[in-house]
Design a protein around this ligand. Structure first.
Ligand code: GLA
Length: 392
């Protein structure tokens, strides 16, 4: 879908124009930035995303004939009409946007939930391909809309699991559970400390304005896709590491045991480096939570920058534009910076004193222009709410 900037009123009005009836309601789900804890989610590890104010809105009404109709303000091609009984994974390759909501309906029905037909119309302000989880926002907005339309009252983590299943099994992207849980469970003013092993979570205060800080998102405009193999390769490498070390998941290697684990993997340098990243990254998340809960937000800066070095050198998923953003921000006085999300493009985040934000922003624009890169899109991230129904 293209980036669209429609408000609730316009989304409802377009639903009416497209389908000829009023929607029963409107549901919103946000994009996210991950503060720290990258590629740890498919290793049963820790993550700490926060919800962006950018959201996907779904206007929806139920149908009684087993038909799902999907329409997006950001996609060409009009209404996509599907029979629920005909939905079978995998969706056709090519990343058609409608596979995400169709996959959610499929996953809910496959879980035995009484989900019937519906008309849905979407608008979104979540930047696409920027590593800010536009797909999870689309999935979770759909899951919450279908949940509410059918009076299911599912818990938030269950909605996240169904959305992840849609993406894994129906769309065919082997992502972890972080993005869907962020979209479903985040709260305003907080980062979400999530244990991806059992989805236990804590809302960690992250009131940047009160602390005199800014968190800048730097969308490098290098578009990334998770379905292209490199993500699956890293995931398989981590699983090989866990098998070689005799643990269920790399989460089970305590930080204190890292030297011994690395020695055991001395003959497999690629897997060794992946393991080093995961174990140190889990440790960084735990340190970051401690700092934030103790009211020391500035102290997470060096953890962010160390996380970037680990993703660049050990996990090998950065790119020149992300490295330039992180290095430039650091040289211009930021407290810390790192790439965020799946990698190979997308966005970096920069923690900076509020007063220094304009200089750091200028330095980033200048560095990108000098290097001949497309101008980045830079905006402040303020932790917003997770998925919710809108008052109409
Ligand atoms: C993508 C995936 C997530 C997670 C991140 C990396 O956003 O969807 O599950 O693995 O990459 O942390």
């Amino acid at each position: 879908m293209r980036d669209t900037s429609h408000g609730a009123h316009e989304t409802a009005a377009t639903f009416h124009a497209v389908y000829g009836t009023q929607p029963t309601g409107l549901w919103a789900a946000p994009g996210r930035v991950n503060l720290i804890g990258e590629h740890t989610d498919y290793n049963d590890g820790f993550v700490m995303p926060l919800a962006l104010p950018h959201t996907t809105l779904a206007a929806a009404a139920p149908r009684t004939d087993g038909v799902l109709r999907l329409h997006s303000a950001g996609a060409d091609g009009g209404i996509v009409e599907l029979r629920l009984d005909d939905l079978r994974p995998p969706a056709a390759p090519g990343g058609d946007w409608a596979a995400y909501p169709a996959g959610v309906a499929w996953a809910m029905r496959e879980a035995g939930l009484p989900v019937g037909g519906a008309d849905l119309h979407y608008t979104s302000t979540v930047p696409l391909g920027a590593g800010l989880s536009s797909s999870a926002a689309l999935e979770v907005a759909t899951a919450l809309a279908l949940d509410d339309l059918h009076g299911l009252g599912l818990p938030r983590d269950e909605l996240a699991r169904l959305a992840q299943r849609a993406e894994n099994a129906f769309v065919g992207v082997p992502c972890g559970i972080m993005d869907q849980t962020a979209a479903a469970c985040c709260t305003a003013g907080h980062a979400l400390f999530l244990d991806t092993r059992d989805l236990t979570r804590r809302h960690v205060p992250f009131d940047l304005a009160a602390a005199g800080l800014r968190l800048l998102v730097v969308d490098t405009r290098v578009r990334h896709r998770l379905g292209d193999g490199a993500y699956a390769e890293r995931r398989a490498g981590c699983e090989r590491g866990a098998r070689a070390l005799g643990v269920h998941a790399l989460r089970d290697i305590p930080h204190a045991h890292l030297p011994a684990a690395l020695e055991e993997l001395a003959g497999a340098p690629v897997v060794q480096a992946l393991v080093r990243h995961i174990v140190t990254e889990n440790h960084r998340v735990e340190q970051a939570v401690t700092h934030l809960e103790a009211g020391r937000p500035r102290a997470i800066g060096p953890l962010l920058t160390a996380g970037h070095a680990s993703l660049r050198d050990d996990f090998k998923i950065s790119c020149p534009e992300l490295d330039l953003a992180v290095d430039t921000a650091g040289a211009a006085g930021a407290l810390g910076a790192r790439m965020t999300g799946g990698g190979f493009g997308g966005s970096a985040l920069v923690l900076v004193e509020e007063a220094a934000a304009p200089d750091v922003t200028d330095a980033l624009h200048t560095a990108f222009a000098t290097a001949g890169h497309t101008a980045p899109r830079i905006f402040p991230a303020v932790p917003g709410p997770g998925a919710h129904r809108l008052d109409t």
